[in-house]
Design a protein around this ligand. Structure first.
Ligand code: BT5
Length: 329
């Protein structure tokens, strides 16, 4: 963690003044160096009160999701401890893949305030308004087969749902990569891999969560389909705190996944989805399959009982529509 991030962390942990001497001693730097960091933080939008003989007090962090803001509330062991932050970029997934090719360690994240070429699946676009939402990509290096990588979208969906629940919301997961609030999409996940033969070199899990965007941030065609936390709850979200919680929830689940595969999370997934028993239609590779959702297999495949079918069919990829709409419980 940078010295700057550690100063924010220490000031953030204390509601009162922290003396320049305590900061300097804790960080092993001079008081003059502390003062320089404080000045540079102020120049970057941090409101820090300085008082002679008392020290420094953090009043407000800028609304930004970079290393300093995240570090102040992150409680993970390794996920998100290295942050590549962009004020604006094309796609954080593309940036994370480039960083992974350059050797970025597992748990490195790329965050941007804005994306000009946010990607969805199958060449679709992720609408990425500036400064209001979360656009985050995680570099993972799991010991899995390439075919198992889509399971990480399901793992990430659980992390997002748990973080939204901590905001007092009731999110629902829609297979394979959406999280919904009141039946509308609040989050989309895009998992991309680089692999050779049977070995995964790295996986990038890209997560887009609509937090503080309002209707005017979305194009008209998404007005009935998309939502955000502020639209669903009327409450704005501290984006850095949300991102830190999300990373915490994700780290826990990824560790469970590493230990026991998706099977270790399948029950949680089913409890956070309300697709079970619903009539659904899955579109994949030009084909449409209809049936009743019977749940999820231990490897993340969707189980679909077709009319007249004896055993459920396993569906590995596709877009799902829930007949009669998908309403939150
Ligand atoms: C997804 O694709 O839902 C995956 C989205 C992943 C976005 C993240 S942001 C950080 C990282 N960097 C990237 O470049 N991407 C990842 P898909 O299931 O194909 O859904 C795409 C569809 O969702 C679009 O065709 C729209 O209908 C809808 N959509 C687009 N932007 C949206 C938004 N902001 N909120 C809700 N729905 C949206």
């Amino acid at each position: 963690m940078s010295t700057r991030a550690r100063i924010v962390e220490q000031l953030g942990a204390c509601p009162d003044f922290v003396s320049g001497r305590a900061l300097a001693e804790g960080l092993g730097i001079s008081r003059a160096a502390v003062w320089k960091h404080i000045e540079s933080l102020k120049a970057d939008g941090y409101r820090i009160e300085s008082a002679r003989a008392r020290g420094y007090r953090l009043l407000e962090c800028p609304d930004r999701v970079s290393q300093s803001e995240l570090a102040a509330c992150l409680d993970t062991a390794w996920l998100g401890r290295r942050v590549i932050w962009h004020a604006a970029t094309g796609s954080t997934n593309a940036d994370a893949a480039a960083a992974a090719r350059d050797g970025a360690v597992e748990g490195t994240i790329v965050v941007a305030e804005e994306q000009s070429a946010g990607r969805g699946r199958l060449g679709r676009t992720w609408v990425s308004a500036a400064g209001v939402n979360l656009y985050l990509s995680v570099v993972l290096r799991p010991h899995i087969l390439p075919a198992e990588a889509p399971q990480l979208s399901l793992v990430a969906g659980l992390g997002v749902a748990a973080a939204l629940e901590r905001e007092g919301l009731d999110p629902r997961i829609k297979w394979p990569n959406d999280v919904l609030l009141d039946g509308r999409k609040v989050c989309g996940i895009l998992t991309e891999i680089e692999a050779e033969a049977d070995r995964v070199s790295f996986v990038v899990v890209g997560i887009g969560v609509n937090l503080n965007s309002t209707l005017e941030h979305f194009p008209e065609e998404l007005h009935a389909k998309a939502t955000s936390v502020v639209m669903a709850s009327g409450r704005r979200v501290d984006r850095a705190r949300f991102a830190a919680r999300l990373l915490g929830e994700l780290e826990k689940r990824y560790q469970r996944f590493q230990g026991g595969g998706f099977a270790a999370l399948a029950a949680e997934w089913e409890s956070r989805s309300d697709m079970l028993g619903r009539e659904i239609c899955v579109r994949a590779a030009g084909e449409e399959i209809g049936g009743i959702c019977m749940g999820i297999d231990s490897d993340g495949a969707l189980l679909l009982k077709e009319e007249g079918g004896e055993t459920p069919r396993r569906v590995l990829a596709g877009d799902v529509s829930v007949i009669g709409g998908y309403q939150a419980k």
